[in-house]
Write a protein that binds this ligand. Structure first.
Ligand code: ADP
Ligand code: ZN
Ligand code: ZN
Length: 740
């Protein structure tokens, strides 16, 4: 296309990242006055194709060069922010992320903005403040505990309290509105006071034990410079106390602390521990917040008003003017990796951010990832170990139950049933882990062996009886009625095989008719607040059997649980993914870690058909670190990650041959150009080849040289994107965590 030289318009141009799935940024014209006033990191609205989009200014182009472009440049529509809303460091972090993960910059930046800002709403929203009007309203408020509680808190703060803080204290906006209706309080909009609130201690720190002391002192030596730590502490060894004491020092200097946790489910406890230790402005950032709450929290963070920012994965991109420390808790958790779209790993981004901001970062876990141990080996992470449980709690004892020889009832070994009975009689709590929701994973015909399979996936339907009996595909969401007869031979007996949480719940109710069984899975906790209720119930010392999935495995503190059991660990032991043993070992140790955290010692029972599996014997006879050490050696010998860097291409279309041929061509191309540098696995059909009616194929690239791997992929990937058939979907996953 011929290059045209623009002569008639202005020479003032800016470069804008626009939220579209294109790898480029786009140039727009501005007036001289706009050019003088516009900031990098500010939003502008621009017309793009037929749409009007909100973009971010990423560059002001020098004015002394003539404009050479294939297209006639357009003027921007409007400047939306007088000041930058993304600071320079966050902009570089985003640019780096877009390059590293090879994802369109406009979409990367978009993911860092709260929804209201993406929509072009003003960035300096007013803050809602609630003020008490009637100081003698006790009698006006009747039975409702919620209103009494809200009233008491409002009374403590005659100047008024922001809605954000009230919400954090568990006071719902609806309750405040109810009080306002009775003229007991009112809501005013106040221009935000964005000055930070100095931190004061609300509670004295615990006396650190020797390991904790050593960890705290070492981290504190690294203030105001980049250093990365791995806090490797057994479950219940007091990692949180280490965080709190390091945070105290950082907060005292008027700096901000960013704390990343894997899931919202974990935040209520973490936030209450922070709140009871520190008087300061704490904000939460996670996807469960509504848009205005999220914007408000984000503004507090971005303006420097918030001192502690507690968030999930995407909070890593929050602008923080005074960042002094990053903590990433439960470092091994997979939810730090985004598994679709912009597939970043918040842990790697956090390490880079700490480096940019010149501040320390702590990665904490009881079961650190093998990747982190490798970084320790390379001297990139400093290892800090906590080797005993804090206080008086002891580590639980592990027992392996051989399902081949033990007599069973409802799939649970007799011996285990006896042990559960004993705990309940002693008024203790029991936790049963099973990572499979629903009633049964298989429904089979007794006569002809027909199985209920999802018509769209290579997968069985899961049988559910709640809220009505149906078949559900956990991979694509398809729901079918449960047939009364076998569709193949008309036989009347269709038999559920295997057990899901709903089935085990039924069995436990039969085995222990006088004990409360609480099921915790996505089906039983989908209502807002239901998990909090369950959590409160667990914190009372009443005997109870907790039965649940993943949700129960994570960092919770259940002081009355003395017996933990994992009903089926074999699926994890049999998986083909080279990371499966790591995940299984982490799961076993994390679930086990819920036992014996109070005064009484805990026991862990693992049911398996493979009691002699080396992973189990290493964990039972030694510990997680021994397992990790062994795994590192094996990965090194096999040249698997983290000893080689990887990228995974996923290809999806209605035709598997098309996928395979397409990938094969590109594999050949890479072999010709970078044969010694890059090893290629595949293309092969994905472990679940057909999902939601489309076929999936994979290709994995491996290399010991990360820079060269990324260099070779760059152009190659762009070519693929340009040449792929239109009905094919392609994605690139840099440093994939799952090969499925
Ligand atoms: P982790 O985060 O490592 O799983 P926690 O921080 O939850 O462990 O600590 C487990 C329990 O030990 C908590 O109840 C905590 O209050 C207590 N604890 C931590 N450090 C100490 C200490 N130095 N002295 C006494 N108790 C402690
Ligand atoms: Zn049949
Ligand atoms: Zn399906």
């Amino acid at each position: 296309m011929p290059t045209t030289l623009e002569t008639n318009s202005t020479n003032y141009r800016i470069r804008v990242a626009v939220p579209v799935h294109l790898y480029d940024t786009f140039d727009y014209l501005v007036t001289e006055e706009q050019y003088q006033h516009i900031h990098l990191g500010a939003r502008v609205s621009v017309s793009f194709g037929r749409q009007n989009l909100v973009g971010i200014v990423v560059e002001k182009l020098p004015t002394n060069q003539p404009i050479q472009t294939k297209f006639k440049l357009k003027f921007i529509t409007e400047i939306l922010d007088e000041h930058a809303i993304l600071d320079e460091k966050v902009l570089s972090l985003l640019t780096w992320s877009a390059q590293y993960y090879q994802f369109p910059i406009g979409e990367v930046i978009q993911s860092a903005l709260p929804t209201l800002l993406r929509q072009g709403k003003p960035a300096d929203l007013l803050t809602r403040v609630w003020i008490l009007l009637d100081e003698h309203a006790e009698t006006k408020i009747k039975r409702s505990d919620k209103q009494q509680e809200a009233y008491k808190i409002l009374k403590l703060h005659p100047q008024g309290t922001t809605e954000n803080i009230l919400n954090l204290a568990g006071i719902e906006t609806a309750t405040l509105k109810a009080l306002a209706k009775k003229d007991i309080c009112k809501c005013v909009h106040e221009k935000q006071d964005l000055s930070p609130m100095p931190m004061t201690l609300a509670q004295m720190p615990l006396t650190a034990n020797e390991d904790q002391r050593k960890a705290i002192d070492t981290i504190l030596k690294a203030q105001n410079k980049y250093q990365a730590f791995l806090l490797d502490g057994l479950t219940g060894s007091g990692k949180t106390e280490v965080y709190l004491q390091v945070m105290e020092r950082v907060l005292k200097q008027g700096k901000q602390v960013l704390v990343l946790v894997p899931e919202i489910g974990l935040t209520p406890q973490t936030i209450s521990r922070f709140q009871s230790r520190f008087h300061c402005n704490i904000v939460l950032l996670h996807s469960g917040l509504n848009d205005s709450k999220r914007l408000q929290a984000w503004q507090h963070a971005q303006s420097g008003k918030a001192s502690i920012i507690l968030g999930t994965r995407s909070a890593i991109y929050t602008p923080l003017p005074n960042l002094g420390l990053i903590i990433l808790d439960e470092e091994h958790d997979l939810s730090f990796k985004q598994q679709e779209g912009f597939r970043y790993h918040a842990k790697d981004v956090a390490l880079y951010r700490a480096h940019l901001e010149k501040c320390p970062i702590i990665l904490g876990s009881a079961t650190p990832s093998i990747d982190c141990y490798a970084l320790v080996e390379q001297g990139k992470l400093k290892l800090l170990e906590l080797n005993q449980r804090a206080g008086s709690a002891l580590m639980p004892k592990m027992h392996v139950l051989d399902l081949k020889v033990s007599p069973k009832q409802h799939g649970i070994s007799q011996l285990l049933i006896g042990e559960i009975k004993r705990r309940i009689e002693r008024k203790e709590q029991v936790l049963i882990f099973l990572n499979r929701r629903g009633y049964a994973p298989v429904l089979i015909c007794d006569s002809c062996a027909w199985q209920a399979k999802c018509p769209n996936c290579d997968a069985n339907f899961t049988l559910h009886y709640q809220p009505y009996s149906h078949l559900h595909c956990h991979h694509c969401g398809t729901i079918h009625r449960k047939p009364d007869h076998c569709p193949q031979c008309n036989h009347e007996e269709l038999k559920p095989i295997g057990m899901g949480t709903a089935k085990v719940e039924e069995s436990l109710n039969e085995l222990f008719p006088n004990v409360d069984v609480i099921r915790v899975d996505r089906d039983s906790t989908s209502r807002v607040g239901s998990w909090q209720k369950i959590y409160d119930r667990i914190q009372t010392s009443e005997p109870v059997i907790l039965l649940g999935t993943q949700m129960l495995a994570k960092g919770h503190h259940f002081p009355y649980v003395t017996l933990v059991t994992i009903l089926d660990i074999d699926s994890g032991l049999l998986s083909v993914d080279f990371r499966a043993p790591e995940r299984t070992a982490q799961l076993i140790v994390q679930v086990s870690g819920r036992a014996g955290r109070g005064e009484k010692k805990g026991d862990v029972y693992l049911q398996t058909l493979r009691p002699d599996h080396p992973l189990l014997s290493t964990l039972v006879n030694h510990d997680y670190r021994a397992f990790a050490h062994q795994t590192l050696k094996e990965r090194k010998a096999a040249l698997l990650p983290p000893y080689r860097y990887t990228a995974l291409i996923r290809c999806e279309s209605k035709n598997q041959q098309l996928n395979q041929d397409f990938l094969q061509g590109y594999a050949q191309n890479l072999r010709t150009n970078a044969n010694e540098l890059i090893d290629i696995w595949g293309p092969i059909p994905a472990p679940m080849e057909r999902k939601a009616g489309r076929y999936q194929a994979h290709m994995v690239l491996l290399s010991q040289d990360r820079a060269k791997l990324h260099f070779y992929i760059r152009q190659w990937w762009q070519n693929m994107l340009h040449q792929k058939p239109s009905n094919m979907k392609l994605s690139l996953d840099i440093d994939p965590q799952e090969l499925s």
